[in-house]
Each structure stands twice: as structure tokens, then as C-alpha cells.
Design a protein around this ligand. Structure first.
Ligand SMILES: Cc1ncc(C[n+]2csc(CCOP(=O)(O)OP(=O)(O)O)c2C)c(N)n1
Ligand code: SF4
Length: 293
């Protein structure tokens, strides 16, 4: 937004980065602004809410729904400036010659160390099948990892891996986040445990729902072990590890061993998301009370 209006603008700006919408902050904005322009990627969800429950009478709300901004395409600087009644900038939106910049895992992300170990553990196989799910870790589909071959919907990594294992494929691995696992990974895992399917499940336990803004998870760390045993996973092929560079060789060794095991193995890669750690550190500074050990 600053690159659109410049640092000295008189506009009040509220940046919304998570759902649910922070209703109190929105009300504060609405209380002192007569006109609001909602600039949001994708479907105009927030704009619709402002016209509805969060709205106040007498306020003019503009955005994609009212045609002030286009419904599709990228929200480029000059489009937003036009929506604000500002003249175009000649230098804006020139992307010619710039290299593509696909999204990446954060520097220091725990998933990164797990995928590095997976890459190495499957290197000797000509056709490893690496199913995955939806979360920050889906970004491991890109280089340098190239360790995600499929992502369909929440929980499907385990069901698809089970199908592939039953069809005789090997090695079959799947990666699934802690939150996605408790949302819809547990049901197919019961089937995989019952069949003792020849596959390796890696639960990526970063203690948060990273991709959608850091919401709480139901279960993390050792809590997973009891849950997984309850779902029928054999204790002999259930491993909890900490994905850190210093543990890389050991993790590769354990992965190799479990891939060779002719049956189901479940590994839990447990290390908090660094954004969560940052958030907790900030909360600790603000209140003096830590909320995560
Ligand atoms: C049915 C459905 N509901 C909600 C979402 C939104 N969503 C995207 S990723 C995600 C969960 C990500 O959490 P996790 O699996 O723990 O991975 P992380 O992002 O923390 O690595 C959710 C709920 C979705 N993709 N599909
Ligand atoms: S938000 Fe957390 S889990 Fe997601 S990429 Fe960043 S460090 Fe990794």
C-alpha cells in the first residue's frame, strides 16, 4: 500500500493479514472514515462483510464489488491509484525483465530441514512417490526441494498414498501438516494402519496452522504418539524427531530404515514454525508472560 500512495499519505490504512477479520480494528477504521476502499486479492470477502454485519450506515464502501477495482488479475499499483483517484505513476508496475519469484518457505522453516532429509533418503530410488497435502509445506513442490508430487485436498495425501501402496508402488511417502492431519488425515490413517500398508507418513508438526496465519493446533509433540498408537500405528514404527540441520544424518538414516520396512511407518517431525516463535516472543515482550514453552 505504501508503494501505491507514498509514505506521506494522509490515508488511514488497515492491513488485514488473518481471518477471522479483526472486527474491532475494522470498526475503529469505519468510525473515523467516511469512505473506505477495500483492496483485497481474490474474492471480495472483506468488502462483502463491510457491506453486511460489520458495516455502519452512511459509509461508502468501494472495492471489487462496486467495480472500483477489477474482479480478476493482479492488483497493480496504477489500478489501485486510479481507484483512489490518483494519477498513474510512470515507473510503476514495470515487471519486464524481472526474474519470476515463486513463494518460498521462510528462512529457517522447520519443514525445510525435513524435506532436505526426505530428498536425500529417496535419492537412491528411481521413482519415489511423494504425496503431500495443503499447508506451507506444499511449497516444497518447488526447487530446491522438488519433494511434493501431488496436492489435492486436505487429508488426501494419506488416502492417495494408501491407494498407491496397495497397488504395489514403492517407495510411497506422504507429508501432511499437524493441523491438516487432525482435520482429515486421521481417517485414512486408520485404514493404512489396519492394512499395514507399505508406506511412510511424515507428520509435519510445527505447532501451528502456519499457512493461514498461525492459528492454534489441537495437538503437538509427544501428544501425537498417543494419538497415533490409538489409531493403530505400531509403536515399533513410530518415530518423533526434531528437524534441525544438526540431526540431518540421523533423520536420513531413520527415514531410510522406515522406507525399507514393509509396512506402515509414521514419523513426526516436531519443531515450531519460526513465525510462531517470533509471535510468541513478541507477546512475551508485550506481557512478560510466555505462552509457548
Ligand atoms: C477444506 C479446506 N479448509 C481449509 C483450507 C485452508 N487451509 C489451507 S492450508 C490449511 C492448514 C495448514 O496447516 P498445516 O497442515 O498444519 O500446515 P502448515 O501451514 O502449518 O505448514 C488450511 C486450513 C483448505 N485448503 N481446505
Ligand atoms: S510460516 Fe512457519 S511453517 Fe510456514 S513457511 Fe514460514 S516458518 Fe515455515
Amino acid at each position: 500500500m505504501l508503494e501505491v500512495v507514498g509514505p506521506d499519505s494522509a490515508y488511514s490504512v488497515l492491513k488485514i493479514g488473518t481471518y477471522p477479520i479483526p472486527a474491532e480494528l475494522v470498526r475503529q477504521l469505519l468510525a473515523h472514515c467516511e469512505e473506505i476502499l477495500v483492496i483485497e486479492e481474490g474474492y471480495p470477502y472483506i468488502e462483502a462483510r463491510l457491506h453486511g454485519l460489520l458495516g455502519l450506515p452512511g459509509k461508502a464502501i468501494h472495492g471489487k464489488r462496486t467495480g472500483r477495482l477489477p474482479m480478476d488479475g493482479e492488483l497493480q499499483t496504477n489500478l489501485v491509484r486510479a481507484a483512489l483517484g490518483m494519477p498513474s505513476l510512470e515507473t510503476a508496475d514495470s515487471v519486464e525483465g524481472l526474474p519470476g519469484r515463486p513463494p518460498v518457505l521462510c528462512q529457517g522453516c522447520p519443514h525445510s530441514d525435513t524435506f532436505k532429509a526426505i530428498q536425500e533418503a529417496v535419492r537412491a530410488y528411481s521413482q519415489p512417490i511423494l504425496f503431500s497435502d495443503i499447508g506451507c509445506y506444499t511449497l516444497a513442490a518447488f526447487p530446491p526441494y522438488n519433494a511434493v508430487h501431488s496436492c489435492v485436498d486436505m487429508g488426501s495425501s494419506i488416502s492417495m498414498a494408501l491407494g498407491a501402496a496397495k497397488a504395489g508402488a514403492h517407495p510411497v511417502l506422504c507429508t501432511i501438516g499437524d493441523s491438516t492431519f487432525t482435520h482429515s488425515g486421521m481417517t485414512p490413517l486408520i485404514g493404512a494402519a489396519h492394512a499395514d500398508a507399505n508406506m511412510t507418513v511424515i507428520i509435519l508438526d510445527n505447532a501451528t496452522v502456519g499457512m493461514t496465519g498461525g492459528q492454534e493446533v489441537f495437538i503437538t509433540g509427544e501428544g501425537f504418539l498417543g494419538l497415533l498408537k490409538g489409531l493403530g500405528v505400531s509403536e515399533d514404527h513410530l518415530v518423533l524427531f526434531e528437524p534441525l540441520p544438526k540431526n540431518h544424518d540421523e533423520i536420513v538414516k531413520v527415514l531410510g530404515r522406515e522406507i525399507n520396512h514393509k509396512g506402515l511407518s509414521v514419523l513426526v517431525a516436531c519443531r515450531p514454525c519460526i513465525q510462531l516463535k517470533r509471535k510468541v516472543a513478541q507477546e512475551k515482550t508485550a506481557t512478560g508472560v510466555p505462552t509457548l514453552a
